[in-house]
Design a protein. Structure first.
Length: 224
């Protein structure tokens, strides 16, 4: 496929995105049937980093961040860059200067299946970045790639406009068209958890609350 930059993508409703961010990665992942989770080595560069944004996807060559600059032009305020490479790389593709440009255009964060650099600066800027690695190894700007095509990032399929939810628990991808229903499922899950929390706080055992005694018996467990 010829290198391309897709300028216009569909994005979910901003209020839906905001609510998903409030629920957080773990709740969203559970609510949508334990799907969409990126691999657990993808970590925030500082513990309080959070992200909930439509994805502008980038596919670039290892050691080459040319397409980052192309992607920033087509982003809208509130978006996040979600970046994969053609083959494995841990180079530091993204640092303080690119983060400065991102913030100037309202970009809310970065998820990259490679490396970032200038972590102290990014932390001071409170720019949420999630990466596979941290590396001072710089990159070049030589090779054409892709913006706003379907990519696989850290084991998760990401379509342009999908919602990316990230926090210290990891990163989950919510398909754009499913986002309103996932919000409803999250709300139902939290309501159920609130009731269970009160029962556990009152001293009820999970064995009884979840009906696990019968399951243990059926599995052949004996109390001796």
């Amino acid at each position: 496929m010829k290198p391309r930059i897709v300028r216009n993508i569909e994005r979910p409703d901003a209020e839906v995105v905001r609510k998903l961010g409030e629920f957080g990665t773990a709740t969203v992942h559970e609510a949508q049937g334990r799907t969409g989770l990126m691999l657990p080595y993808m970590r925030p560069i500082y513990p309080t980093a959070r992200i909930a944004s439509p994805a502008v996807t980038v596919l670039c060559h290892p050691g080459d961040n040319l397409m980052f600059h192309a992607a920033i032009e087509v982003c809208k305020p509130g978006d996040a860059l979600v970046v994969a490479t053609h083959s494995d790389s841990t180079d530091g593709f993204f640092g303080e200067l690119l983060a400065t440009s991102c913030q100037a255009h309202g970009i809310q964060g970065l998820v990259i299946h490679a490396g970032v650099r200038d972590v102290a600066d990014l932390t001071a800027m409170q720019f949420p970045a999630f990466s596979r690695a941290i590396s001072a190894q710089g990159t070049v700007k030589e090779t054409a790639g892709y913006v706003n095509i379907d990519i696989v990032c850290a084991g998760a399929l990401v379509h342009p406009g999908d919602v990316i939810v990230g926090d210290v628990d990891g990163i989950v991808v919510v398909p754009r068209q499913d986002a309103p229903e996932v919000v409803r499922l999250c709300e139902a899950r939290l309501a159920k958890e609130a009731k269970n929390r009160e029962r556990l706080r009152a001293g009820e055992l999970g064995l009884d609350m979840y009906g696990l005694r019968e399951k243990l018996k059926n599995l052949g467990v004996e109390w001796v």
